[in-house]
Design a protein around this ligand. Sequence first.
Ligand SMILES: *[C@@H]1O[C@H](CO)[C@@H](O)[C@H](O)[C@H]1NC(C)=O
Ligand SMILES: *[C@@H]1O[C@H](CO)[C@@H](O)[C@H](O)[C@H]1NC(C)=O
Ligand SMILES: *[C@@H]1O[C@H](CO)[C@@H](O)[C@H](O)[C@H]1NC(C)=O
Ligand SMILES: *[C@@H]1O[C@H](CO)[C@@H](O)[C@H](O)[C@H]1NC(C)=O
Ligand SMILES: *[C@@H]1O[C@H](CO)[C@@H](O)[C@H](O)[C@H]1NC(C)=O
Ligand SMILES: *[C@@H]1O[C@H](CO)[C@@H](O)[C@H](O)[C@H]1NC(C)=O
Ligand SMILES: *[C@@H]1O[C@H](CO)[C@@H](O)[C@H](O)[C@H]1NC(C)=O
Ligand SMILES: [Zn+2]
Length: 476
Amino acid sequence: MFVFSIRALVIASLCFSLKAVAAPSEEKPPLLLISFDGFRWDYLTRAQLPNIERIIREGVHATEGVLVKNVVDTSTLPNHWTLVTGLYPESHGIIGNFLRDDDIDKKFIPKYINANYSNDPRYYDAGGEPIWVTNQFQGGRSGSVMWWGSENAVKWSRPTLQMPYDDNVNFTTRVDVMIEWLSQKYPVNLGLIYFFEPDHIAHTTGPESSNVTEAIKYTDVIVGYLLKRLKEKNLLGNINVIITSDHGMTGTSNETLIYLDDFINIEDYDILTGDTVIAHIFPHEGKLTKVYRSLEKASKQPNSHFKVFLSKDIPERFHMKNNPRVPPIVAFADIHYRHVSNASRGDHFPLAGTHGYDNEERDMRPFFIAMGPDFKKNFTVRSFNSVHIYPLMCQLLGIKPAPNNGSLTVVSHFLKDGVENATTFATYIFVLVVVNGAAGMFAVGFFRQHRNLKQRNVSMKLTSDDTRKRLKNTAS
Ligand SMILES: *[C@@H]1O[C@H](CO)[C@@H](O)[C@H](O)[C@H]1NC(C)=O
Ligand SMILES: *[C@@H]1O[C@H](CO)[C@@H](O)[C@H](O)[C@H]1NC(C)=O
Ligand SMILES: *[C@@H]1O[C@H](CO)[C@@H](O)[C@H](O)[C@H]1NC(C)=O
Ligand SMILES: *[C@@H]1O[C@H](CO)[C@@H](O)[C@H](O)[C@H]1NC(C)=O
Ligand SMILES: *[C@@H]1O[C@H](CO)[C@@H](O)[C@H](O)[C@H]1NC(C)=O
Ligand SMILES: *[C@@H]1O[C@H](CO)[C@@H](O)[C@H](O)[C@H]1NC(C)=O
Ligand SMILES: *[C@@H]1O[C@H](CO)[C@@H](O)[C@H](O)[C@H]1NC(C)=O
Ligand SMILES: [Zn+2]
């Protein structure tokens, strides 16, 4: 009798498990994550932006931008990788736009320097699990239009569908590709799109220029185009969309340069790049103390405009210190300033805008807007750290996040029903108890364990089904 009851429970429990695992891709609306590079939080007020304003009205909006506290270096690669992993740079390993890793011989080159160059995947596969991998491991399909790092396999996995990085592909085409992926026979349930503006133009003309205002207006045009295409495919209203950015922007010029050659000898060190806000300095053998002392002395002069640290002394709040890629000496420029050094470039190039500064600088903060069936309407939030976006996205997709530095509780109030999963689970327990009476109570502990095991099997099955479909797609 008792054994029979346990068998009945196994079956009941299995049915529930199947349903719970199948839920992410089948029942949750798809999620779109969009990044407009260098879109500073206050650009929202620079012009009439009817489409963005619609999202603000119908969704969630951060008034002071995402406080990018997690992501010094406030640059493109570290921040994009934090958005998709929920990890601080010291934990995901992408500590700057340029990287040096003594365990990897092949040089790292960011795609915006050379889109054709393939980096060693170990640069990215260094601790973080990007959300497309998390999604695919749990039965979903992911598509990336040029998201930073997505061309590299992490845990042997690339996005299910992918458009490689190419600055020449215009912005409407990027949207069209994603619409196709969202509406095809085996649609993606997670899509990511990267746009390089308004970053590029602001580097050239400065963040306050009319050129940037035009680029901001064009951003709105692209958002409008996206909404229109989603509507055509009957997806609007049934898709969660997050639009954010990696960092802000501030003015700089050739009057605000820190000439490292004035303090340290070009023969004594290597530097990753010589026109930079955060200088990664690698002293040659035996020169560490000399280079550090000289820089430290210079930094203490009045109007020095930079601070220098040995790696172990980098402020904790930057979360960019506990990683073997952190160079022995790091110099941080004050806002508007940049380091230049003959050791790398020989000269500097003119820039009118840049980023990479302390995340406490308001100019470094990006924007955040979101809309969709799971988001509250016309809901305003103050600043929050961008590490929380990863667990938020996992919640929206109904998947279990990989270890990360974010916390769903910080952001769950953005959602209409932040406790939906807990409710579902409670209902499940309740049904079990009612159906099986006291025996059910006794067995719950046992079967929860069993269920976990089963879930793992089911999600492995879903993944391999997914792979089969993919192979089929590729073949046709
Ligand atoms: C990359 O490859 C494409 C096509 O093979 C070529 O047109 C382009 O010039 C290359 N770009 C660089 C930076 O080498
Ligand atoms: C974008 O590129 C596509 C394909 O090359 C082209 O058909 C389309 O007209 C372009 N759109 C814009 C706005 O330039
Ligand atoms: C910035 O805008 C001005 C005025 O419209 C224009 O003359 C200039 O070419 C633009 N600069 C760039 C880099 O696009
Ligand atoms: C600084 O920039 C201005 C305007 O772009 C230019 O006229 C000047 O020659 C530059 N000075 C130096 C030292 O590069
Ligand atoms: C660095 O480069 C500038 C411009 O090319 C040159 O004038 C200067 O002498 C160089 N300094 C050193 C220390 O090599
Ligand atoms: C949106 O919220 C603001 C402030 O919370 C309120 O003043 C406004 O009336 C709301 N708009 C709509 C359309 O509900
Ligand atoms: C961030 O998360 C990683 C992975 O769980 C962990 O190893 C690390 O200690 C966390 N960092 C902080 C500052 O909590
Ligand atoms: Zn930039």
